[in-house]
Design a protein around this ligand. Structure first.
Ligand code: EPZ
Length: 420
């Protein structure tokens, strides 16, 4: 195991490039199992969750290989095998293989993931959607067993919650189903639009991705394509907050500004300016003397992203005054609070609200990462803490950030990785 050591107090300066989006690439890799040949994916980040998804593809008989800057997914040997617990429990997005298995073989056996550090994470909406498309689903021995007597058929489906994962599984099942599917209260996240773009490039007929109503007309087959994954809006947001918290001046390349308007408006209210430069580069710097306390509520897209909530909390620890952070997506996503408090933060939790009294100094301490975004928040706090911060269980960070510490070091942070 490894840990990250940071010596706080450096202003970040220079330029940095955002990697491809993990959460956009994961469903695209699963979708590539539906193609009639090998797909070539560009801008796929080299992070642990992508490796896990590639392992899952291989366990199911498919092929994966990395060429410079390209990830090839070859569904040639894809066959109806169980998706095992050891992979599903390390990464819940492995359940994205449920729909491709069902669609290609009319049968799927996928381990049921348990809860995780951020909440219970039920799958009822995924399963309800697949049942509407003609699958019979039961749980047995810790596995989801899904079977369809005939080819899946189109259906009208209403999601009780606009779940990203359920929207992915239903899209993947519906594109090769017979007839038309109407998916209401679908997730609108940019990662869904990216997935629909990939499927459409392969020949799928999809309208309305990015809105709450998606229409899918089933087609007979999907052709292999070359496809570019969008930049990671959560990494971009994390880097913007790194610039803001250190009162730095950073040019962020490949910044998906159109996907981050909620964060941008909150940053602006807090006294941080985002300026577009050439291409998709954005310069982040302070426009006021001090950081102002600003409340946020996490919401489905285009609301403030839950995946930036922990990082925002680190920023608010430095703002001059009180702010309220409300987590409305996950029931248990305040695990970073206890660790931030070890660094001297003044935060009180009341239900799903965190009341932050900012402005005090943070002091370097030994802390522990509990999940991916919590690790990012602790790194951000470490960048401005007095003295040394040591963050253990950093494998959480490696699941979703590509070389974050190298990127921060190149901007002037004193940060390094060491064995535990
Ligand atoms: C995706 O998770 C992301 N993961 C998460 O990012 C992100 O936090 C989340 O969307 C919300 O934006 C990936 O893209 C791989 P959901 P997902 O289904 O799809 C409830 C990160 O840090 N729900 O949209 O699992 C659920 O309990 C990760 O990169 C049901 O009730 O999230 C939650 O309250 C963490 N029934 C809400 O919906 C269901 O069947 C949103 O979950 C499914 C979900």
């Amino acid at each position: 195991m490894e840990k990250i050591i940071i010596k706080g107090g450096k202003e970040l300066r220079g330029s940095v490039r955002v990697s491809g989006s993990k959460n956009a690439a994961l469903p695209v890799i699963a979708a590539a199992l539906l193609a009639d040949g090998a797909c070539r994916l560009k801008n796929v980040p080299k992070v642990k969750d992508i490796q896990t998804m590639c392992q899952m593809v291989e366990v199911l008989g498919g092929g994966t290989r990395r060429e410079p800057d390209i990830l090839v997914i070859d569904p040639c040997g894809f066959s109806c095998r169980p998706a095992p617990y050891d992979l599903v429990c390390t990464m819940r997005a492995s359940v994205y293989v449920l729909a491709p298995l069902l669609s290609r073989f009319r049968k799927a056996r996928v381990a049921l993931p348990g809860g995780c550090a951020i909440g219970l994470r039920p799958l009822d909406q995924h399963l309800k959607g697949l049942e509407a498309l003609g699958a019979r689903v039961k749980m047995e021995h810790g596995y989801i067993e899904a079977e369809a007597a005939q080819v899946l058929h189109g259906a009208e489906i209403y999601l009780d919650v606009a779940s990203v994962g359920a929207t992915v599984n239903i899209l993947l099942a519906a594109v090769l189903a017979k007839g038309r599917t109407v998916l209401d209260h679908a997730a609108c996240e940019p990662e869904i639009v990216n997935l629909a773009g990939f499927l459409s490039a392969m020949g799928a007929k999809i309208q309305g991705a990015g809105t709450n109503r998606i229409l899918i007309e089933g087609v007979k087959s999907l052709a292999p394509v070359v496809f570019q994954i969008i930049p990671d809006r959560i990494e971009a947001g994390t880097l913007a907050i790194a610039a803001a918290i250190t009162r730095g001046d950073v040019l962020i390349e490949e910044f998906p500004r159109q996907h981050l308007s909620a964060l941008e408006q909150k940053l602006s209210a807090a006294g941080i300016e985002l300026q577009s430069e050439s291409g998709s580069a954005v310069r982040v710097k302070c426009k006021s003397e001090e950081l102002l306390p600003i409340d946020i509520v996490t919401l489905p897209y285009p609301g403030f992203p839950t995946d930036v909530q922990a990082q925002w909390m680190a920023l608010m620890c430095r703002a001059a005054g009180r702010s309220v952070i409300t987590e409305s997506i996950w029931e248990n996503r305040f695990m970073h609070v206890a660790e931030l408090k070890r660094m001297g933060a003044n935060i009180r939790i009341e239900g799903n609200n965190a009341l932050v009294r900012g402005g005090g100094t943070l002091s370097g301490a030994q802390v522990m990462a509990s999940d991916l975004r919590a690790s990012a928040a602790l790194i951000l706090a470490g960048l401005v803490a007095e003295g040394q911060t040591s963050i253990s269980r950093i494998y959480h960070l490696d699941r979703g950030y590509e070389k974050l510490e190298d990127k921060l070091a190149a901007l002037g942070a004193e940060i390094r990785r060491e064995p535990e």
